[in-house]
Design a protein around this ligand. Structure first.
Ligand SMILES: [Mn+2]
Length: 352
């Protein structure tokens, strides 16, 4: 068994707080944040497989749909989209014993699920467990395991699997669990190269490969999966990137016109932000996306010790030091104006 070695604050016995309510539960609902990613989805599937093997009724219910390149995970365990108008879906959600939120630590990140979860919680029926690695967790869960040292929530769920194995005294890893966790860790470490990719993370990845995860196959499924429309959107987006403030800020606005004229979809914008940091002078990258409902999505990336989560927090969002985001309840025109002004002040403050 691999034991903690690098900057880890959790010991197997500390997982007991999380393991006990999971083992007591009959019916568990697992969810993740809106606009789910590989970390959230991989963790959901791994935990669902684990709990199903232990005889629990397990449903994965998400506030938004699974992006096309992660659809294959549904072959390991079903993932449903929560429909707040479907009485059966609401019933199912409100009758579970335990709700597990993965890869998010703010209740609003559950989107349309939260009002129903909150209602059951008030009635005293429901336990909320949360496993995450973002900064600044909110106090709403019965058990919150939020560790910012972790490269991914997948790294934490990996440790949870080992702790659970120790608790029940038998091996529960399967190749499918290994694949799901590999997806989580690979995607959240930018394929094992982001700053939190410690030697421990490489050993963890090696362990998952030895347990049946296929690195080449999973990489291909997730990253070589562009539709022609997404490729056209990428082209249009790249040609409209602006570099501001003597090369310190890269800035990109994607309008609904751009999305519609290329026939692409909102989640196709996710792969674009990585290009904004590819100019070495750039300290902050900002991607602004106009949404169909009049709101505006903003994503931030930074290089070095620039806490873009603080910028995101200003608008009710959050994230990590080098990757964060938020949603503006107003038009992209206003959002752009607000951001352009604030980012300059922010950069000056961060530079101090
Ligand atoms: Mn994550």
């Amino acid at each position: 068994m691999i034991l903690p070695e690098y900057s880890r604050s959790l010991q197997p016995k500390e997982w007991t707080l999380l393991i006990e309510p999971l083992l007591e539960a009959q019916h568990v609902v697992i969810t993740t944040h809106e606009n789910s990613d590989g970390d959230g989805l991989g963790c959901e599937v791994a935990l669902a497989l684990l709990l199903t093997a232990l005889g629990k009724q397990v449903d994965i219910v998400n506030p938004t749909e699974v992006p096309p390149n992660y659809q294959f995970l549904k072959g390991y365990h079903p993932i449903s989209l929560f429909n707040p108008k479907d009485e059966d879906a609401i019933q199912n959600l409100s009758l579970c014993d335990v709700l597990v939120l993965l890869d998010a630590n703010l209740k609003e990140r559950m989107g349309a699920l939260w009002p129903h979860v909150s209602f059951s919680k008030e009635l005293g029926r429901l336990k909320i467990l949360c496993v995450d690695h973002h900064l600044e967790p909110e106090d709403f869960a019965d058990v919150m395991v939020c560790e910012r040292y972790a490269s991914s929530t997948g790294e934490l769920v990996y440790d949870l699997v080992y702790a659970l194995q120790e608790h029940i005294g038998r091996e529960i890893f399967t190749p499918e669990i290994a694949e799901a966790l590999y997806v989580a860790v690979m995607t959240d470490t930018g394929s094992f190269r982001f700053p939190k990719t410690t030697p421990y993370v490489y050993r963890l990845a090696g362990d998952l490969v030895s347990k049946g995860a296929d690195p080449a196959g999973l990489y291909d499924k997730i990253y070589n999966s562009l539709t022609p429309a997404a490729l056209k959107l990428l082209g249009a987006a790249l040609s409209s990137i602006t570099i501001l403030d003597n090369g310190l800020v890269s800035w990109l606005f994607i309008s609904q016109d751009m999305i519609k004229s290329t026939g692409s979809r909102l989640f196709d914008t996710d792969l674009i932000i990585r290009y904004l940091l590819s100019v070495p002078t750039v300290k902050i990258a900002i991607l602004i996306v106009e949404m169909t409902d009049g709101r505006t999505k903003a994503s931030f990336r930074s290089r070095g010790k620039i806490y873009v989560n603080q910028l995101a927090k200003k608008y009710g969002g959050g994230g990590h030091m080098n990757a964060a985001g938020c949603l503006f309840a107003f038009s992209s025109e206003k959002a752009r104006k607000v951001l352009l002004e604030d980012v300059r002040t922010f950069l000056r403050e961060q530079g101090d």
